[in-house]
Design a protein around this ligand. Structure first.
Ligand SMILES: Nc1ncnc2c1ncn2[C@@H]1O[C@H](COP(=O)(O)OP(=O)(O)OP(=O)(O)O)[C@@H](O)[C@H]1O
Ligand SMILES: [Mg+2]
Length: 349
């Protein structure tokens, strides 16, 4: 828009000058016109360049400020290089853990205590906002300003080297990011030196092999950004495979199977016991059917441990658990148990 106007502002006087020169027929006038033309270009050029330079300087200054802000961030605690780096086994202990998010009014976790023995599976259930994800965030030490003590293998998580701790804790969330690249590259992301056999083993464990084998290019199938060429269930199983490739001693599945259709969920659930082998597993799910096989199930309510026990025990004694279970499994409601016995019939996560 500006360019044509600019051209016009220059060209119009020229055109007028040329008209005058031609109509007057005076050769001096023509010479002067040409002299003016050349001179004006010599003067205007550097001026324009100066204007551009000011623009470039402004852009560079803004960019340097943004980069500076990022680079000057104080480093995260625990990256001093002096932290504990012993191999993790996976015995987890929370004692009296209280945590409040910055700016929040009430604590997300309020004096939580529980223990997950080495190599066992803990299911976690509770309403939305009850603090389930917060527990896993504290375990990965994404926050350090909590009260109480969290120990892994008897060592305070604050003592561990942060990178070391997080390398040993695999996490699969409800939504996972897959980058552009082949399926094989996506699974091997956390372990660049993984062999093809490693990739296949992880995919098989995650129940992903079944659909990968059906793709025309198998493991070399290219995934586009946003992974539009895969279904939600397929994406999720790849994310689980990616977490499994490093064989983490602690694995967290936070609503990892919630977005799956019934068929994919059955495939993953069928593999859960194999996935759980040799590691401590934390499964957070509002579909209680994926928790029934857990060694213990933690019932969280507004940041407080309401109960902890096995499926059969909770079904017997815990209202929050049993009402949600019978809501999801109406065909199993025992005779004599009616809707009005449900203390919290609208429990959804
Ligand atoms: N980043 C945050 N900043 C402030 N408050 C937060 C933050 N994340 C969570 N909370 C609050 O902490 C509480 C517990 O949140 P959390 O994410 O642990 O719940 P949840 O049990 O995982 O819920 P859902 O089932 O919906 O995932 C909620 O009341 C929530 O509002
Ligand atoms: Mg959550």
């Amino acid at each position: 828009m500006v360019k044509p106007l600019e051209r016009l502002a220059v060209s119009a006087p020229y055109a007028f000058g040329v008209y005058l020169a031609v109509s007057s027929g005076d050769p001096v006038y023509v010479g002067a016109l040409f002299a003016f033309l050349m001179l004006s270009q010599r003067v205007a050029g550097p001026l324009m360049q100066m204007a551009q330079l000011i623009n470039q300087y402004d852009e560079a200054r803004t960019a340097v400020t943004i980069v500076g802000r990022l680079v000057n961030q104080p480093p995260e605690e625990g990256r001093s290089g002096h932290g504990v780096r012993v191999p993790l086994k996976g015995h987890i202990e929370f004692s009296g853990v209280t945590f409040k998010y910055k700016g929040a009014v009430s604590p997300a976790l309020n004096s939580i205590s529980f223990e997950i023995p080495l190599g066992t599976t803990l299911g976690v259930m509770g309403k939305s906002g009850s603090g389930k994800t917060t527990i896993t965030r504290l375990l990965q030490r994404l926050h350090s300003d909590y009260g109480g003590l969290i120990k892994v293998d008897g060592v305070d998580v604050r003592e561990y080297d942060v990178d070391h701790l997080r390398r040993n804790v695999g996490v699969v969330l409800q939504e996972n990011f897959l980058f552009s690249g082949t399926i094989r590259e996506n699974i091997a992301a956390a372990k660049p030196d993984a062999t093809f056999d490693d990739v296949v083993r992880a995919a098989r464990l995650a129940g992903a092999e079944e659909f990968i084998d059906k793709l025309p290019r198998g493991y070399e199938t290219y995934i586009y950004e946003g992974s539009t060429n895969l279904s939600g269930g397929q994406r999720q199983r790849l994310a689980i495979a990616r977490a499994l490739i490093v064989d983490p001693p602690i694995l967290i599945l936070d609503e990892a199977t919630s977005a799956l259709d019934a068929e994919s969920e059955t495939i993953v659930n069928a593999n859960i016991s194999r996935i759980a082998q040799g590691r401590t597993l934390i499964i957070i799910s509002h579909r209680l059917s994926s928790l029934t096989k857990a060694d213990a199930i933690l019932v969280l309510n507004r940041g407080v441990v309401n109960d902890i026990g096995r499926h059969e025990e909770l079904l017997e004694r815990n209202d929050i658990y049993s009402s949600l279970w019978y809501q999801q499994n109406t065909h199993l409601v025992p005779a004599g148990r009616t809707e009005k016995n449900f203390r919290s019939p609208t429990l959804v996560s």
